[in-house]
Design a protein around this ligand. Structure first.
Ligand code: CA
Length: 221
C-alpha cells in the first residue's frame, strides 16, 4: 500500500519511513508544502500522513484544498503536543485522525492501520440508529429522512454515536474523539453541540443518561 509522508523534519521523516517500510508500506516522502499538496492532489495513496508545520504552505491549508477538490484519501495529521486547537482545526478541515508529536512509531503505525481498516470498511458506509441514517461517503446524516445541516464537528459527534447504537458515551470520551481534547472546555463544547443537534432534529433524538453520558437508541430499542 502506498503512503504519502509529508514531513519537513528529515530525522523524523527518515525514521518514520524506515518503520513504515518494515511494515510493508511503500512510502513517498515530500518535505515542502507545495510538493505535498501537488502529490496528494494527483497521486494514488491509501493514506496520507500530514505534518501541519510545513514550509511554503501549511498543512491545514493543504488539507482544506484537498478536501475542497474532492480528495477523499484518509489523512492522519501530526500536530504539536498539547495544541488542541490544531486538532480541532484539523478535524474541521477534514482530517481523519491526529497524533501529537513527539510520537512513538508503533503508535503511528497502529493509528495508520486503524485508519486503513476504517477506509477499507467503507463498503459499509451506511449506518443507522434511532431515526438517523449516516452516509459516510456523502458525509451526510438524515433524521426521519430529512437531511440535517451539520458542522464538521457535529457530524463527527453524531457519526460516532450512530456507529455504536445503545452504547453510552461519556462526554469526555466524545470530546477526545471529536475534538482531540478531554478537559472541561471540551466537555462543555460537546454539551453545546448536543443541544444544537437536538434543536436541529428532535429533543429526544440523542438521549442523556444522567451521570453517564449520551446515547442513540438502536433500531430494535
Ligand atoms: Ca514540521
Amino acid at each position: 500500500m502506498r503512503i504519502l509522508l509529508a514531513e519537513d523534519d528529515q530525522t523524523i521523516a527518515d525514521h518514520t519511513r524506515g518503520k513504515l517500510e518494515m511494515e510493508g508500506f511503500v512510502v513517498e516522502h515530500r518535505a515542502t508544502g507545495p510538493d505535498v499538496w501537488a502529490e496528494g492532489e494527483t497521486g494514488d495513496y491509501a493514506a496520507i500522513i500530514l505534518d501541519l508545520g510545513l514550509p511554503g504552505m501549511d498543512g491545514l491549508s493543504i488539507l482544506k484544498r484537498w478536501r475542497a477538490s474532492g480528495v477523499e484519501t484518509p489523512i492522519l495529521v501530526l500536530t504539536a503536543r498539547g495544541s488542541w486547537m490544531e486538532r480541532v482545526d484539523g478535524f474541521d478541515a477534514g482530517a481523519d485522525d491526529y497524533l501529537p508529536k513527539p510520537f512513538r512509531s508503533e503508535e503511528l503505525i497502529a493509528r495508520l492501520k486503524a485508519l486503513l481498516r476504517r477506509a477499507g470498511g467503507r463498503a459499509k458506509t451506511r449506518a443507522s440508529a434511532g431515526g438517523f441514517v449516516l452516509d459516510e461517503v456523502a458525509r451526510r446524516i438524515t433524521y426521519d429522512d430529512r437531511p440535517i445541516d451539520l458542522t464538521p464537528l457535529e457530524f463527527r459527534l453524531l457519526a460516532l454515536l450512530i456507529a455504536e447504537p445503545d452504547r453510552v458515551f461519556d462526554p469526555l470520551e466524545i470530546a477526545r474523539q471529536v475534538q482531540g481534547r478531554d478537559d472541561d472546555a471540551g466537555k462543555n463544547a460537546v454539551e453545546a453541540m448536543i443541544a444544537r443537534i437536538r434543536r436541529k432534529t428532535h429533543a429526544t433524538a440523542i438521549e442523556t443518561r444522567r451521570g453517564f453520558g449520551y446515547t442513540i437508541a438502536g433500531e430494535g430499542a
